[in-house]
Design a protein around this ligand. Structure first.
Ligand code: AKG
Ligand code: FE2
Length: 332
């Protein structure tokens, strides 16, 4: 092969990701194709070195699994040190939340209690961190979070699954389980083109089964979607009882059984727009379950609404969620 092994080493290293993107951009198509094929082959034979990284292109078997089950797991995808940096940043964000009066971050606190509400993080009381909460859209503020949820190789996998380049639509950071009931994400953010949306769940630490793990029904993405009275997939609260009985009936019809995701730090769980999932009950409130959930659309459907940070890596150009006093926006 005309390219030196050391050149491959250089181009494959995570640290040189941006250089890799620049080099890749300037190459002619035929060379890019050769390079991509060779990189994939090289990775296959260097498992040890890329223990936490995975060849970007999925195999036919992977696609079959995705189409049959509506989810896909990338084991050991992220390096624990990288996750620790994110956990430290989140701790600092909580600690320093009130230092900046313009801190724009928005958090949903006391989830699942009668105190549940959406507020600015800077106004959150200390105990809000000890009860399940969702910290919204950290990616808008933190480059490290953008780089994690828009990791190049992760985005290449998402690109393959979406058949188009992914674009982050929102992110939710958790330190405990969500205990959110079973739902389809299309209740809150249906994509413009059916099914062209997906979510990733990144384990920022090992998750005990008592910490309220992610739970899901394999194969539930095959259920015919439920359309509300306006013909859309967005949930209409008053119609939820009817929708829920439809889902129940479909789960029984297809004999679907729920599963829990017992994640290890660095694992990534990817789910289809129509996969029925939720957060299971937290058995021990002292246990944390640090994770980041990200929902992605495709740039194809939002040609003017995104910011690009590299090949395959885009996020929606948008502002933070409004707090309810200024807007009654539907939330998930
Ligand atoms: O992490 C969980 O428990 C579920 C989160 C979820 O369903 C979502 O953010 O869409
Ligand atoms: Fe969800």
């Amino acid at each position: 092969m005309w390219l030196e092994a050391s050149v491959f080493e250089f181009m494959l290293s995570a640290e040189n990701m941006s250089v890799r993107e620049v080099v890749a951009k300037s190459l002619p198509k035929s060379v890019k194709f050769l390079l991509k094929a060779t990189i994939a082959t090289t990775r296959k034979f260097s498992d040890k070195k890329f223990r936490f990284r995975r060849a970007s292109s999925l195999t036919a078997e992977d696609f079959k699994f995705w189409h049959e089950n509506g989810y896909f797991v990338l084991d050991n995808f992220f390096n624990p040190e990288r996750l620790e940096r994110i956990n430290t940043l989140i701790a600092q964000i909580w600690q320093n939340r009130a230092n900046d009066s313009n801190n724009p971050l928005v958090v949903d606190i006391f989830t699942g209690t009668d105190q549940a509400r959406r507020i600015l993080l800077k106004d959150a009381p200390d105990d809000a961190r000890t009860i399940p909460y969702k910290l919204n859209d950290l990616f808008l503020e933190l480059e490290e979070v953008r780089n994690l949820i828009l990791d190049l190789e992760l985005c290449q996998v998402l690109n393959d699954l979406l058949e188009g380049e992914p674009m982050v639509c929102n992110s939710l950071s958790f330190e405990r389980g969500s205990q959110q009931g079973f739902h389809f994400d299309t209740f809150y953010m249906p994509p413009v083109v059916p099914n062209k949306m997906l979510a990733t769940w990144i384990a920022l630490e090992d998750c005990s089964l008592d910490a309220g793990p992610l739970t899901y029904y394999p194969g539930s993405h095959k259920i015919e979607p439920y359309y509300f009275s306006d013909g859309k997939l967005n949930a209409i609260q008053e119609e939820m009882p009817l929708c829920e009985s439809y889902i129940q009936q479909q789960v029984e019809k297809y004999n679907l059984k729920p599963k829990k995701f017992s994640a290890k730090a660095g694992d990534v769980f990817i789910w289809h727009a129509q996969l029925l999932h939720g957060g299971s009950e937290i058995k021990n409130m002292n246990l944390t379950r640090k994770s980041i959930v990200t929902h992605y659309f495709r740039i194809n459907e939002h040609p003017r609404d995104y910011i690009t940070i590299g090949n395959y890596r885009h996020y929606m150009k948008r502002s933070h969620q409004n707090v309810p006093s200024s807007c009654g926006e539907q939330r998930q």
